[in-house]
Design a protein. Structure first.
Length: 168
């Protein structure tokens, strides 16, 4: 029970939202959206001063801005070569080694070689069903036969060293 004589007041409903602006033919953009024009929220904007160059974009973005936020980075690339120009020479790749077949570096430890061999065997075994590849499994097993023991690995490393000296 209310013992006071005050009346309970309810807040009035909020005012309706302003009608949305629609542009029609002949409407002036600056008049329709004054926030973005001169004297609006962006006081630095001027059609004469606005420059669409990478330097101006970096200056507007600020010193801490990432390169992803600068839109004109894509245009800094070199132009494509003319159609009659010769293609650039391809870089020669080193021939595939048994270490590549096992997915290890040349200086990997025997434990790392064995772990890589076991992982690849489980993945490529013909009965595994996932990435079953008899060709890859045969390459992995051949690599393990040459690199699985210390003496065979030392002989293979010496052979690789001779081949590298002949290529260079």
């Amino acid at each position: 029970m209310n013992t006071y004589d005050e009346t309970v007041s309810v807040a009035p409903p909020p005012p309706p939202p302003p009608p949305s602006r629609q542009l029609h033919d002949g409407d002036d953009l600056l008049a329709a959206f004054p926030k973005f024009g001169p004297g609006g929220g962006d006081t630095t904007w001027s059609p004469e001063e606005w420059q669409f160059t990478p330097e101006a974009d970096r200056a507007r973005a600020g010193a801490g801005a990432s390169a992803a936020r600068v839109p004109h980075q894509q245009h800094d690339e070199a132009p494509p070569p003319p159609p009659d120009a010769a293609p650039p020479p391809r870089a020669r790749r080193a021939p595939r080694t048994l270490y590549d077949d096992l997915g290890c570096a040349r200086g990997a430890s025997p434990a790392a070689l064995r772990a890589s061999w076991a992982r690849l065997c489980r993945r490529h075994h013909p009965d595994s069903g996932r990435d079953a590849s008899p060709e890859a499994f045969a390459r992995i097993m051949a690599a393990w036969e040459r690199l699985g023991t210390g003496a065979a690995r030392a002989a293979y490393d010496a052979e690789l060293g001779r081949e590298e000296r002949l290529r260079s």
